[in-house]
Structures are given as C-alpha cells and as structure tokens.
Design a protein around this ligand. Sequence first.
Ligand code: UFG
Length: 340
Amino acid sequence: MHGKTVLVTGGAGYIGSHTVVELINAGYDPIILDDFRNSQPWIIDRIGEITKITPTFHKVDCQDEIAVKEVVKNYPNAIGLIHFAADKAVGESVEKPIQYYQNNIGTLCTVLSAMKSFGIKHLVFSSSCTVYGDADTAIVTEESPVKEATSPYGDTKITSEKIIKYNSDAVEDFGSTLLRYFNPIGAHPSSLIGELPQGVPNNLMPYITQTAKGIREKLTVFGSDYDTPDGTNIRDYIHVMDLAKAHVKALQYLTNTECKSCVTFNLGTGKGTSVLEIIKAFENVNQLKLNYEIGPRREGDVAQIYANAEKAKEVLDWTCEYTLNDALKHSWEWEKGIGE
Ligand code: UFG
C-alpha cells in the first residue's frame, strides 16, 4: 500500500484500465474488482508495465453481493469507489434486456449496499450522454432534459442515475458524481492497453481500426442524409486518457470538498466531428486509405450531439489535453499491436 485506496469495479475494462493507470500516476492505490467478462487478465500486467506498479485485483462478479462484500470488507479505509462494471452495447441490450437490467442495475445495487455496509462515502459513476436521447439542441449541458430511453442500455443508465440520487439523499454523508461520457476513443500512448471489443464492433472507432487492419472488409457509414453539414452524424469524440483523468479529478473533488450530494458532469471535448471527418482525419494522420461506403441510417442514431463541458472545467478544473488526431493515432497504434 503506497497511497490512498480506491476500489475500481470493471478496472480491467476499456475506460477502467486507463483510469487505473491515472489513479496510480496520481499516487492512489487502486483495487480492481473485475470478472473479466469483457476484458482480459493480462491487461492488469500491462497496467503494471506502464506504471511499474501492478494493481491488486479480485476476480469477482459484481452482481454477487456476498462475494463483493467479502472483498470490500478488507478495505475499510478506501476513500471511494469508481463503478465501471456494466454491459455497454446498445444493440445487444435490445436483444438481451434482462441481462442488461440484471447486470447494470444489479451490480450498482450490490456496490451501493457494500459501500453502505463498510462506510465508503464517495462514488464515481459511469453514465452516458445516452441519457439526453434525441436532444432538442446539438450541444447539451447537464441541465438539458433527460429523455425517455430508446434502449434497455440507455434505460439502465437513466435508472442508475436515479438510484444514486436517492441513495445520496438516504445515506448520511454520501457523495457521488455522475459522469456522462460522450464518445471515448483512443488508447494509452504506450499502446499497451486499449479497447478490446468482443466480436464485430458496434462502435465506429474499433470498426475503423479493424477495417484498416483487414479484419473487416469495409466500413459502412450509417447514413449521409442527416441535417448536418456533410450529411453524416456528428458526435463528440474524447480521448480515453482525458476521460480517465476526469475520474481522478472527480474523486479528488468528492474527497476535497467532502461532498455529500450527487453532482452530474458532462465529459466531452465540446467539439462535434462528423463520421466523414473522422474517416478523413484517420486516413491523414495514419497515412492510409480506408475502405468505406455510404449505407442506410442505423436505427436509433441521433443526427448530432456534443457536450458543453464547462461545468467539468470550472468545478473539476479538468480540460482535454489530447487532440482528435492523437486519439486517432493511438487507436490505430493499439489496433496494430493487438494479438502480438
Ligand atoms: N457509425 C457508422 N458506422 C459504424 C459504426 C458507427 O457510421 O460501423 C456511426 C454511427 O452512426 C454514429 C457514429 O458512427 O453516427 C458513432 O457511433 P458509435 O456506435 O461509435 O457511438 P454512438 O454515438 O452511437 O454511441 C455512443 C456510445 C453509447 C451511448 C451513445 C449515446 O457507444 O454507449 O453514444 O448517444 F449510448
């Protein structure tokens, strides 16, 4: 133990592993709880390679309340818990709604119960800009309305936010941050950790990198007839390292201010980029040609959404340090090394 202990569920996953690196760099002692259902145990060793400190991990299904409590009871001095463990694929959630409610809501309730039992007062939660749904404006603030979800995945995030708010009211001295992520991309600059999608990727970035590598034949752009300058969807793509740093800032905010309420933050760059702009930038920065075609719209996609991230800047003193080109370069470098 060299620093302040922080529990991290899903700490071997995509955003979780980068956050663990940043926690270690900031002098914390992260303890990972992960069952590796959507990650790999060797990611833990890679974190050790990057930071020279291999974090402690417990292989545990966070839906299993008894098992989670067995772990958490060993860390009564933990200053907080960062909860990543959840299923995250919109399309899959439509096919498997029960799995999504059981896992995403079940793990959250288990984690909150364990925190209460062992007196852990600070929670950092992974939410999503999906809660804004088909927003009335392209740029959204934390005050923009939460819309009816269009998928079980989205509904689990909206419901999780409500559960955490009620828990903050009910449990004395409980402070939490709801971090609404926009579109995370990129990888650690060392290329030692990054995104590991299972099967055919749903998200744009891994589909692009797998196409460039020859794993997929071509990328289909989902619609070019949207009401945007080039007709393709606009999103806010944020480097996963910037996102990771925001978690450290959110934890510091909770502990430094002894926060006893539930505070929401948008985490994005504040800039919108279209699908075609991403493709062109990816080709330019990596000096390659991507095989792609324009296809029909994908059901459920909104034309454009990007973050107003001023609140995170003001309250957390957090801004993005990496550029879009950095993220596109790091995503490609990571992809090239997977499997080696
Ligand atoms: N896209 C393509 N082709 C692909 C994949 C994606 O053109 O093969 C386009 C999509 O239509 C969209 C953009 O690339 O315009 C980004 O799509 P992603 O699937 O990468 O991301 P989404 O914005 O759809 O979804 C993200 C998160 C979800 C979250 C949602 C909220 O992945 O977890 O934002 O809006 F719910």
